[in-house]
Design a protein around this ligand. Structure first.
Ligand code: MN
Length: 542
């Protein structure tokens, strides 16, 4: 420990000549000739950050600013732009040093000072186990996403480094940080499509919270490595050959899945390690979208596909932007093998998710496009937040917890009941769909609706974050016309069932009337009791 400390003190002397500094310059593809200003500014961030944190040490004994340089470095690996990397280098200055917002604005820019301030605000949020607090904090977190998602990306780099160095904390703190990451950062990383960050976090969380399970699993994966690699290489070699025969450029490889996903597969499927077939996945990365389908053809030609396990997320991307073709085929020894096929940009999006939208080079050329793209992605989130902001005073904290469980599928909308409960519907849904979703009795008797307190027709189209109130009347019943505009299967089937039942009842009533009338005319009305008692007289069983 003492030696570490001395070594680190010596190491920290000239930060802007450090390894991390030159790696950042390389990662951002900055050129000494043409990008002089960018390089100068990054150097300045190193110097100012280092000076500001001077004398502060981390729990590990190393200089505090090392943490900041590694956060900046991580952001540059994610191809973040200059301003985000600089904000990463300075992300703890407002909280932990004498530097002010104005200083940062003066030395750098308003954008950078906003980002640093945003990260500090997030750090102010202290999560604790009480549900109420947590929910409020989730909301604040969402609010900052809405403001500038780059703040969240910097926060992820910060959290990731803190998790990587979690061993230096006390056991109690380790648990707290791991749980908080599990409850907040992992679900958020998933929603933002930051797959690499998510899996690395999950593994550290598992190692921290379940050290014994983790080490057992680690040993098993290590022990089975040789066998697995042999299998993978035998599996991919005919694929590679055929791809090259057809002159399709492709990177084909297989890799063990991360520890926590194997762990949860074992738990969910109640299986032992040796029984899990998809311990690894094969990936084929090609140049063009057409090649993906050609590669799929090759895979299915060489191996027998398992029919139910085919998914085309290229044609229909996941809500978090993920695109890929997934298929499961039967490899040698009857083993089922998952194959993922995608292009390089799709591969990149799959790893860094929403962060891919700030890739440095693209930032210069197509900033406008990228921003509209992002806006589209998180539009519903913004709308939701605006509503929560207005209504947050006395909302049920459970609602915010629920929010985290909702996937960002674009063909779905989220609306609120008057009590603030969140209801998920197909996009294009109407108040009638909403009514049946809430309760079949509400649907069957709905007579009118209000959206955001305004009376609307029953076939009005709902949009995300609307507050929907249904007016009911005991006398009201569904009618055929509703079937023309309802969108959800639930509403359709309820209405059809009711209409059928209604027609049935009406027929029975009518039949009874005709029968009674006729018997009365024939002065044989007493026969009706005989028929009721023994319907078989008439050849019926009821
Ligand atoms: Mn930090």
């Amino acid at each position: 420990m003492v030696i570490d400390r001395i070594r680190n003190l010596i190491k920290g002397v000239s930060t802007s000549e450090s390894n991390e500094y030159s790696q950042i310059i390389t990662n951002l593809s900055l050129d000494i000739e043409n990008d002089k200003n960018d390089i100068e500014l990054i150097k300045k961030a190193f110097d100012i950050g280092y000076a500001a944190h001077k004398g502060q040490l981390r729990k590990s004994g190393e200089e505090y600013f090392n943490h900041c340089t590694l956060v900046g470095l991580e952001l540059s690996k994610w191809n973040m732009d200059r301003d985000v990397v600089i904000s990463g280098l300075l992300h703890d200055t407002l909280e932990d040093t004498n530097l002010t917002r104005e200083d940062i604005q003066l030395h750098f820019s308003e954008d950078i000072s906003n980002l640093v301030e945003g990260v500090s605000k997030l750090s102010d949020i202290k999560f604790n186990s009480r549900k109420q607090k947590q929910a409020e904090n989730f909301m604040k977190m969402f609010l900052s996403i809405a403001k500038d998602i780059r703040v969240i990306i910097i926060k992820f780099a910060d959290r990731l480094h803190n998790l990587r160095t979690i061993n230096h904390l006390s056991l109690i703190k380790q648990r707290r940080v791991a749980e908080e990451s599990r409850d907040i950062f992992v679900p958020l990383a998933h929603r933002l499509g930051m797959n690499n960050v998510k899996t690395e976090m999950e593994d550290i969380i598992l190692r921290t919270l379940e050290p014994q399970i983790f080490s057992k699993l680690k040993k098993k994966i290590k022990d089975s490595k040789k066998k697995r690699e042999k299998y993978i290489s035998e599996f991919i070699s005919p694929l590679k050959e055929e791809l090259s025969n057809l002159e399709i450029e492709a990177n084909v490889f297989g890799r063990a899945k991360n520890y926590s996903s194997i762990h949860y597969k074992m738990i969910n499927r109640k299986k032992e390690f040796d029984e899990i077939f998809d311990l690894f996945a094969i990936r084929i990365v090609v140049d063009r979208v057409e090649d993906c389908y050609a590669a799929l053809g090759i895979v299915h030609h060489i191996y027998t596909p398992v029919q139910d396990n085919f998914k085309d997320y290229i044609a229909t991307p996941k809500g978090n932007g993920y695109q890929s073709i997934h298929t499961t085929v039967i490899g040698s020894l009857g083993k089922m093998v998952e194959v993922q096929i995608r292009t390089q940009p799709m591969d990149r999006t799959a790893e860094v998710g929403i962060a891919a939208h700030w890739t440095y080079k693209e930032h210069k050329s197509a900033l406008q496009d990228k921003e509209t793209d992002i806006n589209r992605h998180i539009k519903w989130l913004r709308e939701l937040i605006e509503n929560l902001q207005n209504e947050s005073e006395n909302k049920n904290p459970k609602e915010f917890l629920k929010l985290l469980k909702i996937d960002l599928f674009q063909d779905e909308i989220f609306v609120f009941t008057p009590e603030g409960d969140l209801v998920q519907l197909k996009s294009g849904s109407t108040p009638v769909d909403f009514a049946f979703e809430v309760h079949s009795q509400v649907g069957l008797h709905c007579i009118g609706a209000k959206i955001n307190s305004k009376i609307v027709p029953l076939n009005a189209t709902l949009k995300s974050s609307d507050y929907v109130e249904i007016l009911t009347s005991k006398k009201q019943t569904p009618n055929y016309a509703w079937l023309k505009f309802v969108k959800t299967a639930k509403a359709k089937s309820h209405i059809k069932r009711w209409v059928k039942k209604d027609e049935n009842e009406k027929s029975v009533k009518l039949g009874k009337e005709v029968l009674e009338k006729t018997l009365r005319r024939l002065k044989q009305i007493s026969v009706i009791n005989d028929i009721k008692k023994t319907p078989s007289l008439m050849g019926f069983n009821s």
